[in-house]
Design a protein around this ligand. Structure first.
Ligand code: PGA
Ligand code: ZN
Length: 425
């Protein structure tokens, strides 16, 4: 019987050069694997607690308080003794972690410590079954490859405020397969850089997720630019490529108002909602994420009930991959889609529960990377394993981004797959 021989946490760097938690797990038959957790910049208030040292006993001056030695210490001294010796099983390992820390936000252990162990456990469970995670969760039939949502223009916390909103992305929904979807996205990303340069913008500065930090002052200007780019590469904006926006509105919401740095104006929730509706009316936008601040619940529901057409309204900071918040959202019809980030939740199995509950309530699901990433590809394993239907990992620049895209290309090449068509009418 294969059991867990060792579980060792250690500190590594993410794509922003900030420390993050990794774990190496080894089983009694000699197999081992390392996994790494990512980290956000525009984090929601209701996310699992990310344990960083910040002046505490483990603080390391060279990392400006951001070291994660405390989280690593917790893995090695508190969690590992409860895991080593166990038969690898996703639910059993997560139960053991929940027994050590019953808080929803993993306040005792830290969500970065819990997720690292949970992911390592998932890989060990797959190894025990002589399988991949995707195949462990889908033993037979074609694997469902998710539709990508690809970042082209970046602003907000990921690009030093180049725009008020965080991302302008494309959804290549008319593509026949993943490879084609990715090739369209690359063409659009490169053409945006060339056209931006032609217009006199500095385009060699790449934002945290690999997008272009072009400082459009109005979101409508950014959308018009992207539309022009889509047409310039020979693709059709309505039927082949749609626009997605991540407004990340919590970032510029203070004292009940939405404050635009670009226009130097402030907007009430209803004024902001009117602006969002105007964008929906004027552009082929398929999906809009966090159009309102995380706790501005009435603005979310009001927006949903006044939508003039079909639109995916995604809660990221709004739901923080938290079951209670999702359930409230379903009850109040505040959105119709959820961003699934395992590190907002802190455990693989609890994240799967949120995804399941989302599907049960008719919500679409978009599995997402974070702005601070590593080259790890567990996100793809889980997105495919959960049949999430959509994935968002940033742009097509940066190895921590392309590692995920490349793994999807590999799955399409070597496994029996179908390509998700979440926007097919
Ligand atoms: P974050 O951004 O990882 O900085 O939170 C990603 C997103 O908002 O979707
Ligand atoms: Zn977001």
């Amino acid at each position: 019987m294969i059991t867990i021989k060792s579980l060792v946490g250690f500190q590594i760097l993410d794509s922003r050069g900030r420390p993050t938690v990794a774990v190496r797990i080894e089983t009694t038959d000699g197999w081992y694997k390392s996994v790494a957790v990512p980290s956000g910049a525009s984090t929601g208030a209701h996310e699992a607690v990310e344990r960083r040292d910040h002046g505490g006993a483990f603080a390391e001056k060279f990392y400006g308080g951001n070291s994660v030695y405390g989280a690593v210490h917790i893995i090695n001294t508190v969690i590992a003794p409860n895991i080593v010796g166990a038969v690898p099983d996703i639910n059993e390992i997560d139960n053991a972690i929940n027994n050590l820390d019953a808080t929803t936000r993993h306040e005792v252990l830290g969500g970065n410590a819990t997720l690292a162990v949970s992911l390592a456990g998932a890989y060990a469970a797959a190894h025990r079954a002589n399988s991949s995670i995707a195949r462990l969760l889908n033993p037979t039939g074609a694997l469902l490859l998710p539709m990508p949502m690809v970042n082209i223009l970046s602003g907000g916390a990921h690009a030093a405020g180049a725009m008020d909103i965080q991302d302008v992305l494309v959804i290549p929904h008319g593509a026949q397969n993943f490879e084609q979807a990715l090739s369209w996205s690359v063409a659009i990303r490169e053409c945006a850089a060339a056209l931006g340069k032609e217009r006199g913008f500095i385009t060699n500065l790449v934002a945290d997720e690999g997008g272009l930090g072009i400082p459009f002052s109005r979101t409508s200007d950014a959308c018009a630019f992207l539309l022009e780019v889509i047409e310039k590469v020979g693709l059709k904006p309505e039927s082949e490529v749609g626009i997605a926006l991540d407004i990340a509105a919590t970032q510029f919401y203070r004292d009940g108002q939405y404050h635009s740095r670009a226009t130097k104006q402030s907007y009430s929730s209803s004024e902001w909602s009117a602006l969002m509706l105007e964008l929906i009316r004027d552009f082929p936008i398929l999906s809009i994420e966090d159009p309102f601040a995380e706790d501005d619940w009435s603005a979310w529901s009001g927006f949903m009930s006044s939508l003039p057409r079909q639109l995916q309204v995604v809660g990221d900071d709004h739901f923080t991959t938290n079951l209670q918040r999702l359930q409230r959202g379903a009850k109040e019809a505040s959105a119709n889609s959820i961003l699934i980030k395992a590190n907002q939740n802190g455990l693989v199995s609890d994240t799967a529960q949120v995804l399941k509950a989302a599907n049960a309530n008719g919500f679409s699901t978009v599995v997402s990377a974070r702005s601070g990433e590593t080259a790890d590809t567990w996100l793809v394993d889980l997105a495919v394993g959960w049949r999430a239907g959509q994935i968002k990992v940033g742009s097509t620049h940066g190895s921590e981004r392309s590692a995920k895209w490349n793994y999807l290309l590999e799955l399409e090449k070597f496994e029996e797959t179908t390509f998700a068509q979440p926007f097919k009418k």
